[in-house]
Design a protein around this ligand. Structure first.
Ligand SMILES: [Zn+2]
Ligand SMILES: [Zn+2]
Length: 362
């Protein structure tokens, strides 16, 4: 039987989000209904609300979630009813040219549920990143469910589903940060701070946090930054990074902002043959003009990181285990726990830079 539950909907561009009754169909082949336990408020949800991704309103927001499998459709054998799962937005296909070459983290054909969740009048909902978890329950593809240690706090480990994984993976997977490396991270919100935490986990020696907001630099220090640079107080961020790295620049620089000026800083703040990782998301109007010879003469690699080049099946259980062992301070990302009807206020707190993550607990 299809079920009626509460969900947080964005009906029109820029309009405040609201709670609506939504209909969840029974899971079809390959699909799973998940009873949501928690869902973090990510900047991408706000971007959906504001029309920055597409105009397929109404959106069912929320995508950094953990929960329990309630029912499974035909042919699902990767999870069972009762499994505790973290949801991911890249269920890899195993068939595309990237998957076939053994690089599923680049899968070009990821899965979502086939059926649609709807409003009571039958209007189809567009779930954010194919998840839509600001809701009591949601319908996803089985491949979007990754089983993890059920004794872990859902509000904490659900955050691995998006921003925290994107940041950690930008450092560990894309940037390939290793023992003793120097790392600089530009922008210390959720993703940047996760890159700092990932760099520490990977054994980086010097970890430099760069932001304009002293509060964010404090968070960065708690998560493992060894040095901070307040970009509004120094004349030249690149020189400041060089000063902290023996005059050379960092081995890996992560741009977690994604603007031409921050990417340029990242480019010039790295050592010769160093790595730049772009994980902040630029807008389509942004362009870059730079001397081509600088790209050639400085060598190294210039990379972008989607979802931290993660493989949920490989990375989520491992990171949850490290968190459970006290080796990964994931809980520091949870600034506040809120109710389903407080998502709009959480957007405002996020906009003012007051929170690393607000997490809806259901
Ligand atoms: Zn694939
Ligand atoms: Zn997100």
């Amino acid at each position: 039987m299809p079920q009626q539950v509460r969900g947080v909907i964005a009906r029109a561009k820029g309009a405040p989000v609201e709670i609506a009754e939504i209909t969840i169909p029974d899971p079809g082949p390959g699909e799973v209904v998940v009873a949501v336990a928690s869902c973090g408020v990510c900047h991408t949800d706000l971007t959906y609300r504001d029309g920055g991704i597409n105009d397929e309103y109404p959106f069912l927001l929320g995508h950094e979630a953990a929960g329990v499998v309630e029912s499974i459709g035909e042919g699902v054998d990767s999870v069972e009813v009762g499994d505790f799962v973290v949801l991911n937005w890249r269920a890899v296909c195993g068939q595309c040219r990237a998957c076939k070459r053994g690089r599923p983290q680049y899968c070009f054909d990821t899965f979502n549920a086939t059926q649609k969740m709807t409003l009571e009048d039958g209007t189809e909902l567009s779930p954010a990143l194919g998840i839509g978890a600001f809701a009591d329950k949601t319908l996803v593809h089985a491949g979007q469910c990754t089983k993890v240690d059920p004794s872990a706090d859902p509000a904490v480990v659900g955050l691995l589903g998006c921003g925290v994984m994107a940041g950690m993976g930008a450092a560990m997977n894309t940037g390939n940060v290793g023992r003793g490396d120097s790392v600089a991270v530009i922008g210390c919100g959720g993703v940047g701070d996760a890159a700092i935490m990932g760099s520490r986990l990977a054994g980086a020696g010097t970890i430099i946090a760069i932001d304009r907001d002293p509060r964010k630099l404090e968070w960065a220090t708690e998560l493992g930054a060894t040095h901070t640079i307040n970009a509004s107080e120094v004349e030249d961020v690149v020189e400041a990074v060089q000063e902290l790295t023996g005059g050379f620049g960092a081995d890996v620089v992560v741009d977690a902002v994604g603007r031409p000026e921050t990417w340029k800083q990242a480019f010039y703040a790295r050592d010769l043959a160093g790595t730049v990782v772009l994980v902040g998301v630029p807008t389509p109007d942004m362009t870059l003009e730079m001397p081509l010879v600088d790209f050639f003469s400085r060598g190294g690699s210039l990379k972008s990181s989607w979802y931290g080049d993660c493989l949920p099946e490989r990375d989520f259980p491992m990171l949850v285990d490290l968190y459970q062992q006290g080796r990964l301070p994931l809980e520091k990302f949870v600034t506040e726990r809120i109710a389903l009807d407080q998502v709009e206020q959480a957007f405002e707190s996020m906009h003012r830079g007051e929170v690393l993550r607000s997490v809806v607990v259901l």
